[in-house]
Design a protein around this ligand. Structure first.
Ligand code: GDP
Length: 522
């Protein structure tokens, strides 16, 4: 068995508060990566306290930074890519989802499908990322299992296959029944957690069940599961992998119910690394050459160093420490002497890594989001988009002698993919573009904290931007007529800044041979 077939690289998608952090902690706990649950958050907070701009996270109670957590169980290596939950950072989240092979969708049993879950689900669907559903918080009063399953099926247009079933919920919760393995997991002690009390049964008519459950709970469990069997599709691995069906697990991350089943499910059904879209042709994970792409760049992981970490997803080959990799398009090979693997947020030097693994490559700003890395520099991965900004602002310096520092800072942050920077054809004020409001606050506090540049933001006369391309003669004409609305992005590509989305439509109609793109692949 080749190593990569034993890799499961996945992300958790959810709406804030559904329980992603709690589930992450429990996955790591059950995966043996940490010994005390709660450590993820505690350490996260210790780290956050060290960095100024991260104060915003604390104030808002959101998680802006994202990381990679690796754990192993029974020969399978799990790489969990954390996605920032706040909607302002959806761009970052979208990019992270390009680096996973599957996803776990966490739903709050009292709330069902929420806005953010739905948005993230659409991204997964676009990329045919298969999804396992975890209905969380069954220890609390929630909606009925049928209502939740029907909502998933209707709203997301997916077949649902219940894999487990709760014996009561909230105050009536007496355990979780595994419909495939015929096991009943039950709470114990005052905290009513799952502490290992499990009974192997022959089926739902096993007489032993009467000793384990109250008469009411048993009758209800039997009736509901019978109806469920008629009403829902049986689990079908192929349909799941095609993204047409989602297996559904009920559980409580807080009380440790369902976590073990989820890990087993990932090991048994979630796909190992898949071929990745690339030019000139898709890259198979079995290819000998080492290839990968950068889906995230993060500064300040360690505030004592100004290094940046580029997160690269390995797509093929066996990576060995010290190997030389070349970013396609920028020429110079980079020796990767101190790659980082993220074992439960502790940095460890990686000696070897396989397709599906994530490697952190320290660098001084050479590597950028969307870069393809490879030994021969002959492939280029596709499909990592830059999104058109929805908010544009002019940056106004409080101290005009700091122009150079400002440019450097904005370039750095553009490289990280935090903000986009545009150089207008007319005028000296740089324009920055972001997808969400929160990014503006992050930008200003980082300018002060890291670059000692005091700056403010002014309204720009524009609201959105589009990358333009097309026939060179027509482009030139367009640029000349619209010079006051033209800018270049960091890579020198022409960008048209518009007062509104309506204006984009109006102008696009008048220039049918020019393409106005809202995303740009890097
Ligand atoms: P995130 O925003 O999705 O990361 O959610 P958190 O993991 O921070 O959880 C949000 C809140 O729900 C916290 O107060 C958790 O303690 C609580 N919570 C998470 N899972 C459960 C659960 O299974 N049962 C109950 N009762 N509360 C939970």
């Amino acid at each position: 068995m080749t190593q990569f077939q034993e890799r499961r690289t996945f992300a958790i998608i959810s709406h804030p508060d559904a329980g992603k952090t709690t589930l992450t902690e429990k996955l790591l706990l059950f995966g043996g990566a940490i010994h005390l649950a709660g450590q993820v958050k505690a350490r996260g907070q210790a780290r956050r306290a060290r960095s100024d701009w991260m104060k915003i996270e604390q104030q808002r109670g959101i998680s802006v930074t994202s990381s990679v957590m690796t754990f192993e169980r029974e020969g399978v290596t799990f790489n969990l890519l954390d996605t920032p939950g706040h909607e302002d950072f959806s761009e970052d989240t979208y990019r992270t989802l390009t680096a996973v092979d599957s996803a776990v969708m966490v739903i709050d049993a009292a709330r069902g499908i929420e806005a953010q879950t739905r948005k993230l689900f659409e991204v997964c669907r676009l990329r045919s990322v298969p999804i396992i559903t975890f209905i969380n918080k069954v220890d609390r009063e929630g909606r009925q299992p049928f209502e939740l399953l029907d909502e998933i099926a209707d709203v997301l247009a997916l077949d649902v296959a219940p894999m487990t079933w709760p014996a009561g919920m909230g105050g009536q919760f007496e355990g979780i029944y595994d419909l495939r393995d015929h096991r009943l997991l039950q709470p114990t002690g005052g905290s009513r957690e799952y502490g290992g009390k499990v009974a192997q049964l022959s089926g739902l008519d096993d007489p032993k069940l009467a000793e384990l459950l109250s008469a009411d709970a048993l009758a209800r469990l039997q009736e509901e599961t019978e109806l469920a069997e008629i009403g829902y599709a049986p689990f079908d691995e192929e349909a799941y992998r095609n993204g047409d069906l989602t297996p559904v697990y009920f559980g409580s991350a807080l009380k440790q119910f369902g976590v073990d089943s989820l890990i087993r499910s990932l090991a048994a059904f979630a796909p190992p690394p898949r071929p990745q879209p690339a030019e000139p042709e898709p890259v198979e994970p079995s290819r000998d050459e080492v290839t990968g792409f950068v889906f995230k760049v993060q500064a300040n992981m360690d505030p004592n160093h100004r290094d940046r970490i580029a997160f690269m997803r390995l797509c093929s080959g066996t990576f060995k420490r010290g190997m030389k990799l070349t970013p396609t398009g920028h020429g110079k090979p980079i020796s990767v002497h101190s790659p980082i693997l993220f074992f439960a947020q502790d940095r460890e030097l990686a000696e070897e890594a396989y397709p599906g693994d994530i490697i952190g490559i320290p660098n001084h700003g050479t590597l950028r989001v969307g870069d393809t890395m490879s030994e021969k520099a002959q492939v280029r991965f596709t499909g990592l988009p830059n999104f058109a900004p929805e908010i544009l602002r002019r940056v106004a310096l409080k101290d005009p002698t700091k122009t150079k520092q400002l440019r450097k800072a904005l370039d750095d942050m553009a490289e990280e993919g935090v903000t986009q920077v545009f150089y207008p054809e007319i005028g000296a004020n740089l324009v920055i573009g972001v997808v969400g409001q929160l990014q503006l606050e992050v930008l200003i506090s980082r300018l002060e904290a890291e670059y000692k540049v005091a700056a403010g933001l002014e309204m720009a006369p524009f609201e959105t931007a589009r990358w333009i391309s097309g026939d060179p003669a027509r482009l030139k004409e367009f640029v000349e007529i619209n010079r006051s609305a033209m800018a270049k992005d960091r890579d020198g590509n022409p960008v048209f800044m518009a007062k509104s989305a309506w204006e984009v439509g109006y102008v696009a109609e008048r220039y049918p041979d020019i393409t106005f793109a809202a995303t740009r692949e890097r």
